[in-house]
Design a protein around this ligand. Structure first.
Ligand code: AMP
Length: 197
């Protein structure tokens, strides 16, 4: 199973990704986490990514696709993975498709978390206080939302055109949203929790 989780920054993607990946026994692959680790480790990639991330922009498609290619070749991804924060552009989605089809694989579902924009800003400001993320400042939040609207939001239509999109109401409690995702994956016939195997 290969699943993609789409949604604005602050839509609850990371939280739902953690839940879902453990329920389904999938590796949780989050490009934002991988990039933040590279920055913390001071690798060459981290040095290049740091300023881009702090300004709320996107790291280049080539760089991110390279990260994904390596990460999804690791052993824990062999029985499936959940992509969180990737793809973020149509170019990345196309690159992902090519990479997977070379491996005789394909995306099974794209879950799109829909959350009101004011709520997104609210959640990110709250997260800034809790986690102290450098890119959760008010100006950067605005920029990240602009970038999301322009570059990432079109992916919903892209996946819908391929018959892979599940739109999920992302408002409400973590459990309520999680249950909606589960129901939608059941409807699609791609719900295979670990305990059922
Ligand atoms: P996230 O934790 O997913 O919100 O990502 C934090 C930041 O990392 C983003 O604002 C981007 O600067 C960068 N980033 C994460 N994933 C990607 C991606 N797929 N493509 C480009 N940049 C990314």
């Amino acid at each position: 199973m290969i699943a993609v989780l789409l949604g604005a920054p602050g839509s609850g993607k990371g939280t739902q990704a953690m839940r879902l990946s453990s329920r389904l026994g999938l590796a949780h692959v989050a490009t934002g986490d991988m990039l933040r680790r590279a920055v913390a480790d001071g690798t060459e990639l981290g040095r290049k990514a740091k300023a881009i991330m702090e300004s709320g922009g996107l790291v280049s498609d080539d760089v991110v696709l390279g990260l994904i290619r390596e990460r999804t070749s690791e052993k824990d991804c062999a029985s499936g993975f959940l992509l969180d924060g990737f793809p973020r552009t149509v170019g990345q989605a196309e690159g992902l498709d090519r990479m997977l089809s070379d491996r005789r694989l394909a995306v099974d579902v794209a879950v799109n978390l829909e959350v009101n924009e004011d709520r997104v800003v609210e959640r990110m400001l709250k997260r800034a206080q809790i986690e102290g993320r450098a890119d959760d400042s008010p100006e950067t939040i605005r920029q990240r939302i602009r970038v999301y609207r322009e570059k990432t939001a079109p992916l919903a239509a892209w996946y819908a055109g391929r018959g892979l999109l599940s739109n999920i109401d992302g408002e409400g409690s973590i459990e309520a949203v999680g249950e909606r995702i589960e129901e939608s994956l059941r409807d699609r016939g791609v719900w295979a929790p670990v305990e059922a195997r």
